[in-house]
Design a protein around this ligand. Structure first.
Ligand code: GFB
Length: 308
C-alpha cells in the first residue's frame, strides 16, 4: 500500500473507522474513499456491488458493523446477527469480485469461548461454547473471519482479520442503554457530579475482568497489519493487561472527580468473566500499544467535556 493507493474505510464515522481515518491521514494516505450511511446501505448487496464497481478501491478496512454493549447485544440479537452477516458478506464478496489487493476485517474478542483459557490465543477459536449475551454478534464475527479465510484459500485473496479487545476512545457511543462500559461510566460519573448525586449505579457484580485498548492505538495496529501481516489465521490486538470492572469504575470516578458511592445493580448481566487476549503474536511482529488506560480515560473525558 503506498500513499496514493485508493483505500476504502467502511464505517468511517464510527469509533474504529474514524480512528482509522485519522491514522491514515496522519500517515499521508490521501486517496481515501468513504460513504455515509444514507448514501450506501452496506446490507444491500446490489448497492455494495455498484459502489465497488464504480470506485474500484485497492485496499479495504472493514470497520463497519452493528455494535453495542452487553445490554444491546442481549436485547437485539436478531439485528446483531443479520446486519453484521450482510455487511461482511457483501463487502468481502464484492472485494473479491473487484480484485481488491488487500482487505482487513475487524472482529472482536467476544468470538472466543466464554470459558477460554486466559490469556486467549488465536488458536482457541471455536473450541468451546460462546458467552450467551453476545452469541449472535460473535457468530456473525466468526463468519467474517471464516469468509476471509476461505476466500484466501479458494481464490487466493489477501484478506486478513484482526481481533481487537474491548475498545474506547473519542467518537464513542455514550447512550446508556446501548454503550459499552467505559463511555457509560464516564457519562454516569459526570452526570452524577453535575447533578450533585451521592451515588452511581454500575451494572453487574463489578467482578468481570476486561482489557481496554485506546482506539487510536488500534488504528495504528491496523495500519501496521495492513502493511506487514498476511496470514490465514486472525490476529489478536490488545494490550495484554486487564482490570476488574469495579476497579475501572474507581479509576473513572477519580478522573471525573466524583466523590459519592458506587452501587452495584446485580439484576444486570456480568457477561463473560474474563477475556484477556494473548498478544504475543502482535508483539513479536513489532507492534505495541502506547496509551495507558488512565491516560486514555483522561483524553476521552476531556473530549467529552468539550462536546457538552
Ligand atoms: O462493555 P460491556 O457492555 O461489554 O460490559 P462486554 C462490560 C462489563 O461492564 C459487564 C459491566 O460486566 C457489564 O455488566 N458494566 C458495569 C457496564 N456498568 C456498566 C454500564 O453502565 N454499561 C455497560 N455497558 N456495562 C460486549 C459484547 O461485551 O463487548 C460485544 O456484548 C462486544 O459483543 C464488546 O464484544 C466488545 O465486554 O461484556
Amino acid at each position: 500500500m503506498d500513499k496514493n493507493s485508493k483505500i476504502y474505510v467502511a464505517g468511517h464515522t464510527g469509533l474504529v473507522g474514524s480512528a482509522i481515518m485519522r491514522c491514515l491521514k496522519d500517515n499521508n494516505y490521501h486517496n481515501l474513499v468513504v460513504r455515509d450511511l444514507e448514501e450506501l446501505d452496506l446490507r444491500n448487496q446490489e448497492a455494495v456491488n455498484t459502489f465497488f464497481k464504480e470506485e474500484k478501491p485497492q485496499y479495504v478496512f472493514l470497520a463497519a458493523a452493528k455494535v453495542g454493549g452487553i445490554l444491546a447485544n442481549n436485547t437485539y440479537p436478531a439485528e446483531f446477527i443479520y446486519d453484521n452477516l450482510l455487511i461482511e458478506a457483501n463487502i468481502i464478496h464484492a472485494a473479491y469480485q473487484n480484485n481488491v489487493t488487500k482487505l482487513l476485517f475487524l472482529g472482536s474478542s467476544c468470538i472466543y469461548p466464554k470459558m477460554a483459557t486466559q490469556p486467549i490465543k488465536e488458536e482457541y477459536l471455536l473450541n468451546g461454547y460462546l458467552e450467551e449475551t453476545n452469541e449472535a454478534y460473535a457468530i456473525a464475527k466468526i463468519t467474517g473471519i471464516e469468509l476471509c479465510k476461505f476466500y484466501r484459500r479458494q481464490y487466493g485473496c489477501d484478506f486478513i482479520s484482526a481481533m481487537p479487545t474491548n475498545l474506547y476512545g473519542i467518537n464513542d457511543n455514550f447512550d446508556l442503554n446501548s454503550s459499552h462500559v467505559l463511555p457509560a461510566l464516564i457519562r454516569k460519573f459526570h452526570d452524577a457530579k453535575m447533578q450533585g448525586k451521592d451515588e452511581v449505579v454500575i451494572w453487574g457484580t463489578g467482578n468481570p475482568m476486561r482489557e481496554f485498548l485506546y482506539v487510536d492505538d488500534l488504528a495504528d495496529a491496523l495500519l501496521f497489519l495492513m502493511l506487514h501481516y498476511s496470514e490465514e489465521i486472525h490476529i489478536n490486538v490488545g494490550t495484554g493487561e486487564d482490570i476488574r470492572i469495579g476497579d475501572l469504575a474507581l479509576m473513572v470516578k477519580d478522573v471525573v472527580g466524583f466523590d459519592g458511592n458506587i452501587v452495584n445493580d446485580t439484576s444486570k448481566p456480568d457477561g463473560t468473566p474474563r477475556k484477556l487476549l494473548d498478544v504475543s503474536k502482535l508483539h513479536a511482529l513489532g507492534f505495541k500499544h502506547k496509551t495507558s488506560l488512565k491516560q486514555g480515560i483522561i483524553t476521552v473525558y476531556n473530549w467529552y467535556l468539550n462536546k457538552q
